[in-house]
Design a protein around this ligand. Sequence first.
Ligand SMILES: NC(=O)c1ccc[n+]([C@@H]2O[C@H](COP(=O)([O-])OP(=O)(O)OC[C@H]3O[C@@H](n4cnc5c(N)ncnc54)[C@H](O)[C@@H]3O)[C@@H](O)[C@H]2O)c1
Length: 292
Amino acid sequence: MASASVMKPSVSLVGAGTQGRRLAYMWSTQGHDVHLIDSVPRQLENSIAYIEGLRQADSKPLVAPGRILTHGIDGLGAVLQDSWLVVECVPERLALKRQVISEIEAAAPQDTIVASNSSSFTISEIIQGLRLQDDSRVLSAHSYWPPETNVIEIMGHSRTDARHIVTLLEQCRQHGFQPFHVKRDSVGYIYNRIWAAIKREALMVAAEGAASPQEVDDIFKSVLKTPKGPFEQMDVVGLDVVLDIEEHYAQARSGLPTVPREYLKGLISEGKLGEKNGRGFYDYSDQKGTGL
Ligand SMILES: NC(=O)c1ccc[n+]([C@@H]2O[C@H](COP(=O)([O-])OP(=O)(O)OC[C@H]3O[C@@H](n4cnc5c(N)ncnc54)[C@H](O)[C@@H]3O)[C@@H](O)[C@H]2O)c1
């Protein structure tokens, strides 16, 4: 059990992509070393440059940041020896998540907390049927977009030791996160569930023809004073990704309307994926994002 008095000094992150490198920056801000592990050497090199950029944007840090120590995936056991926490940040594929969590959990010392940063798979789904040494130290720690959006949601499963949740919440606060505890096993994190409901209803409004995506965005932004409306945000995420997320909710929960998914499928079949291919709810061919 990791307690404040005997805690190991470092954090390890497996996967040095979008999230892994941002988390490496966060967990090194208080002077502790971070181990960044990836199967692709280029990702590790790019991460170091990226973290350096984030550090340069820090006005005047009170503490000199810890080192970022990079590693390939061989010899995981040795790398994890001095870590109180290891977080997997590999791509969002359930089979890969299950494999990586198994490997990490087998390699990590007994008192190391093992976490997943998955956006859509609960830790219960990831570990279901896996043979683990000690599943009471396994949990989800889902970050958003640190350091800009520093919210992190911590969610255990039915056998997670509550003391690990307390330790992680406390350490997150000390490292510049704004942590929240999801107190029940939940398909979707707190914010994601609320956002899913907004997306679903916005899609219904447009599919019914009650208002255009642009009108919905205009109303939304005017009332809530947000920089983007739901359709603009869905274009950023990608319509195919939005559909996958909604399908996942629909599998987990009966009674969700099919209209939003059918509407999305129609747009995707017309080749509209969002900003990434220049056409979604808006046209990005001129980079301005004008309503279609
Ligand atoms: N991108 C986001 O905005 C965001 C936000 C919150 C949570 N997440 C979650 O974070 C996780 C990672 O997402 P991302 O956007 O950082 O992905 P990414 O594709 O940017 O990075 C994944 C990294 O994992 C590496 N990798 C793949 N297989 C590996 C293995 N077996 N061992 C070690 N490294 C391996 C890849 O080389 C890559 O560098 C996902 O579960 C995602 O749902 C992402």
